[in-house]
Design a protein around this ligand. Sequence first.
Ligand code: SAM
Length: 246
Amino acid sequence: MRRNKKTKIIIIGTGIGNDLKNLTLESYDKIMKAKNVYCRIDYEPIIQKLKEKGKKVISLTPFYEKFSSFNKTYENMARFLIKEAKGKGEILYLVPGHPFVCEYPTELIIKRAEQSEIEVQILPNLSFLDSLFVDIRFEPGLGMQFIAASEFFKKKIYESISPDLISVIACLSDKLQPGRKMTVYDKFIEFLSNKFSKEQKISIVYQDPYSWEQKVIRTKIGEIQKYKQVLTTYRATCVIFPRKRR
Ligand SMILES: C[S@@+](CC[C@H](N)C(=O)[O-])C[C@H]1O[C@@H](n2cnc3c(N)ncnc32)[C@H](O)[C@@H]1O
């Protein structure tokens, strides 16, 4: 299959935190030299810092208002970027964290780009997962299951999560999606009460929206609903360690 080398989408993760120095030099250089730069989320501090440096960044955030479900939003973002790449040659698409960690449009873009013979380059930076290992100091190689809570709607996945491994649960949205009776957050609460005791310890790691620092709340599953606002409106991820580790 012949690839059109001139048409290219470069997907760059902008890492975590609010400092441009957290970007790899390669990513920073690419962004500063690029003519056509788009971003999924425009309220990211990194995007604001790039704008302060005079970089024009076109935001795809209005897509969230325009479409009724996340699926439609991401499908349309991918379609739009493919169209832009075809028209402009090379474009950059910036996403928070790492481009493959809970970034559903990335896969859609890759699939659609292959169909249109468009080249895709991925430049990663740190994900919140990298930060998590440091924030609560653990070694994922000891046995970790990482999941976006929306996956709990899949029966097989729901059933296969083991309380004997470290569970890391992200993306706790409280926005009801068309065709569903429960929000992802409510499904997460149901999951916790089915799988663990009320006394089971759980940590909430979140990014403080004012200082942009990582913070940790240590609580019990029986108390977790007190933190609904943190879990659903901040960038927050839950970690549950098994009771006994061998
Ligand atoms: C759509 S994902 C984007 C993740 C991003 N691609 C990354 O690699 O960091 C957003 C979810 O990731 C988690 N998350 C993102 N940043 C976080 C942070 N700083 N601390 C804790 N969890 C975070 C939250 O669960 C949030 O709902």
